[in-house]
Design a protein around this ligand. Structure first.
Ligand SMILES: Cc1cc2nc3c(=O)[nH]c(=O)nc-3n(C[C@H](O)[C@H](O)[C@H](O)COP(=O)(O)OP(=O)(O)OC[C@H]3O[C@@H](n4cnc5c(N)ncnc54)[C@H](O)[C@@H]3O)c2cc1C
Length: 483
């Protein structure tokens, strides 16, 4: 199986990642990406661990070799559970703080391969064959893809083809015998600088006239013309792992992708200039459901970590026995439990369509729709309970090394049951979770990773059983006369 070392070596491929006005020579060595790359490499090693073979792999139907369960097409609730356990094992390794680990986009391609007939609609069999072949290639080679499926936010008032320049949004600019040429930008490839492939498509609603942007394809990150512009990294500021324990290890990076006339061979094109399929790929195949099921597994792990952080904080401040604190912690725990329960409900209410099990979409989208609001509420509870705990700390770990002040720090910054350094380590961990730039980006991530909340709520609207709900109303309106 592909190991972490194999993965790290493969990232040294000449990819074009630009930071602070310079091209990054090697993402595995650059301080902005080095530790996140190692955190991802650890996932490859976990999956390759013979002791975890049953939990993390299944036999490839093509080669018989053990391959990641993220690529297993679920046929039953038991298979969905196996998928959850795979994703959970990876999520626990990053405390749920890396969202676009390789199982995320793997799940989308598994969804396409589970229902390739959708992409074959309208005589497009060759594109359906391409997507199945690429899925098998990913599966059998442990490929890590990131994706950019939202057009750049340049001018949301106009569709893609009416932008001031038709090559702003990533789209086809040329068709050749052997493939197509893509130009333009797309957001927002989280993990892009550290992945093998970029999956380019569009989940934003398109309209007639937007055909050039209605595609689905995959290109190697190092392909000629692919350029990645990551946001400001947090890992660099976190060069002190004591003061920035999470930023320094789990900053997965979010990158704007520019396609500078990138050639894509036909074999890697899965939807071509088809507005209808551009929409159907997400909702008529289980791709969006599998990808976001992984996202919910990751989120539930993060919530468990969040509850643990809050509990340890209250122990440290000595407030844990106070009834009002316990009531607020009860609210936090209730919200975390609702998400946990919804995750389990995905499996028990999973419909099987054409022999393939889907996680319940109404449950999935309901969880996602409320996440953008409830996540903020949970963070607010922790801030409320913290008081000044994150602020009344020394300026950095270096202060502990100054003999002139060390005694003061030990005397005044300790907690009742622990020394000062242990207390500061915990408070730094929580602050990095919710208050640093890393923490703040996470709050934004939980709001928007699955699209703006008004779009997710429309997904709930489309999936909720209003027929059953309104039938109750009909019955109430037609009750027998009261005697
Ligand atoms: C940290 C992070 C990581 C991400 N990672 C990825 C990734 O890996 N791959 C990927 O493809 N995408 C990713 N995304 C999602 C993404 O690219 C977009 O941020 C997301 O889809 C929202 O789109 P937008 O930013 O263009 O917001 P817009 O669509 O411009 O919406 C912004 C806000 O405007 C308001 N609004 C706009 N239109 C309407 C309307 N019609 N009705 C009501 N309100 C409206 C809403 O308040 C909305 O929340 C990520 C996002 C974040 C924040």
């Amino acid at each position: 199986m592909r190991t972490g070392a194999d993965y790290l070596r493969s990232l040294q491929d000449g990819r074009r990642v630009y930071l602070d006005g310079e091209r990054v020579a090697d993402v595995t060595k650059h301080p902005a990406f080095r530790q996140a790359a190692r955190s991802l490499a650890n996932l490859f090693d976990i999956a390759a661990d013979p002791a975890l073979r049953e939990r993390m792999t299944f036999a490839s139907p093509k080669t018989g070799a053990p391959v990641w369960r993220a690529f297993q097409i679920p046929k039953s609730a038991a298979d969905l559970k196996a998928r959850r356990l795979f994703c959970e094992t990876w999520a626990e390794a990053t405390f749920g703080l890396m969202g676009r680990t390789p199982d995320h986009v793997a799940s989308f391609f598994t969804g396409y391969a589970a229902a390739p007939q959708v992409l074959a609609a309208g005589g497009n069999q060759k594109f359906a064959d391409n997507v199945v072949a690429f899925y098998e290639f990913m599966r059998d080679n442990y490929v890590y893809a990131s994706y950019a499926i939202v057009p750049p936010q340049i001018d949301r008032s106009k569709p893609a083809h009416k932008q001031s320049d038709p090559t702003l949004h990533a789209g086809v600019v040329k068709e050749r015998d052997d493939g197509i040429v893509i130009a333009g930008a797309q957001q927002l490839a989280t993990g892009g600088p550290l992945s093998d492939y970029i999956h380019l498509s569009c989940i934003h609603p398109l309209q007639p006239g937007d055909e050039n942007y209605a595609n689905c394809l995959a290109v190697p990150v190092a392909a000629e013309g692919v350029k990645l512009y990551p946001r400001r990294p947090f890992a660099r500021a976190g060069n002190n792992a004591f003061d920035y324990p999470l930023s320094s290890r789990f900053d997965e990076s979010d990158a704007y992708v520019v396609f500078d006339n990138v050639f894509v061979p036909w074999e890697r094109v899965f939807i071509y200039r088809n507005v209808e399929l551009s929409r159907d790929q997400w909702f008529k195949t289980p791709s969006h459901a599998y990808g976001n099921h992984q996202a919910q597994v990751r989120y539930v792990t993060k919530l468990r970590f969040m509850a643990g952080l809050a509990q340890r904080m209250n122990e440290m401040t000595g407030n844990i026995a106070a009834p009002p604190v316990q009531i607020m912690m009860g609210e936090l725990a209730a919200l975390a439990t609702v998400y946990d329960a919804m995750l389990l409900a995905h499996e028990t209410a999973a419909p099987v369509r054409d022999g393939v099990a889907w996680p319940s979409t109404v449950i999935l989208y309901s969880a996602m729709a409320l996440q953008s609001e409830l996540n903020g509420r949970m963070l607010e509870i922790i801030r409320e309970l913290a008081g000044s705990a994150f602020i009344t700390l020394p300026s950095s770990a270096a202060d502990f090394d100054n003999p002139e002040i060390a005694a003061d720090l030990e005397r005044y910054m300790r907690a009742a049951a622990t020394d000062a350094k242990s207390r500061v380590a915990l408070m730094r961990l929580i602050w990095d979770f919710l208050g640093t730039e890393f923490g703040s980006r996470h709050a934004q991530y939980e709001k928007f990773y699955g699209g703006a909340s008004f779009l997710v709520k429309q997904n709930v609207f489309r999936n909720f059983d209003f027929k059953r709900a309104t039938a109750l109303v009909e019955r109430a309106l037609n009750l027998p006369e009261v005697e």
